[in-house]
Design a protein around this ligand. Structure first.
Ligand code: UP5
Ligand code: MG
Length: 212
């Protein structure tokens, strides 16, 4: 069965990087300047977790607290539904890259595991490329502990952060490496301040984003 969305109409960029590397921060700026819709897999899962009649609420909370990856059928169906809803919402919009079945999405924090990458590309839509934000654990820890003072996120504490780092190294980096092997990764140094990181990302977008 072919993928549900046609990559010549629907542009998907996967935004990957360790916990606290700045995925959400940079995606928010790209939305403003490139007309992307930003879908954070983590945000979609947190929303689902707090939906009163969700059958997955406690399962999602447990996985997030332990830095474990939620079973892919849940995440992929949340992403798929969000893609469909946004394509519908902006179908008649005068927004760059949108209208008549076209759209562009930043998918932030997904895929984090090889099977998710394969399943998403086969059944939902193939991605144009991966934007990979590189940052040291020392810097990410500092950022996350600082954010944890106000974020209210159940995984912004030293114990959960350690587990998130381990999952990222063991399970998610192999996804980045696999995309790298096929020439689909653009890597940006995410250690610098937000503006400098964004300036690098803009260069990547100008070079790699295929605009339909
Ligand atoms: N900050 C950002 N950039 C900065 C810069 N250049 N200089 C200085 N400070 C900077 O940034 C983090 C903090 O750093 C903020 O305070 C920011 O101001 C500052 P942010 O942009 O939020 O970083 P981000 O990479 O988005 O960090 P996040 O914590 O969201 O990353 P995670 O990958 O850990 O979290 P996510 O929400 O994607 O996933 C959470 C959990 O959900 C996972 O651990 C997993 O359990 C589950 N999950 C799945 O199971 N499956 C999925 O597909 C996705 C998630
Ligand atoms: Mg985030």
């Amino acid at each position: 069965m072919p993928a549900e969305f046609d990559p010549s109409k629907v542009a998907i960029v996967f935004v990957l990087g360790g916990p606290g590397s700045g995925k959400g921060t940079q995606c928010a700026r790209l939305v403003k300047e490139y007309g992307f819709v930003h879908l954070s897999a983590g945000d979609l899962l947190r929303e689902e977790q707090s939906r009163p009649d969700s059958q997955y609420g406690s399962m999602i909370a447990e996985h997030i607290r332990d830095g474990k990856i939620v079973p892919m059928h849940v995440t992929i169906s949340l992403l798929r539904n969000a893609i469909e809803a946004n394509l519908k919402k902006y179908d008649n919009a005068s927004r760059p890259g949108w209208g008549h079945g076209h759209g562009r999405f930043l998918i932030d924090g997904f895929p984090r595991k090889m099977d998710q990458a394969i399943e998403f590309e086969e059944s939902v839509c193939s991605a144009q490329f991966v934007l990979f934000l590189h940052c040291t654990e020392e810097m990410m820890l500092k950022r996350l502990l600082h954010r944890g003072e106000t974020s209210g996120r159940i995984d912004d504490n030293a114990e959960s952060i350690k587990k998130r780092f381990r999952t990222f190294e063991e399970t998610s980096m192999p996804v980045v490496d696999a995309f790298r092997k096929v020439g689909k990764v653009a890597e940006v140094d995410s250690m610098r301040d937000v503006d400098n990181v964004y300036a690098e990302i803009e260069k990547v977008m100008e070079a790699k984003l295929i605009q339909h």
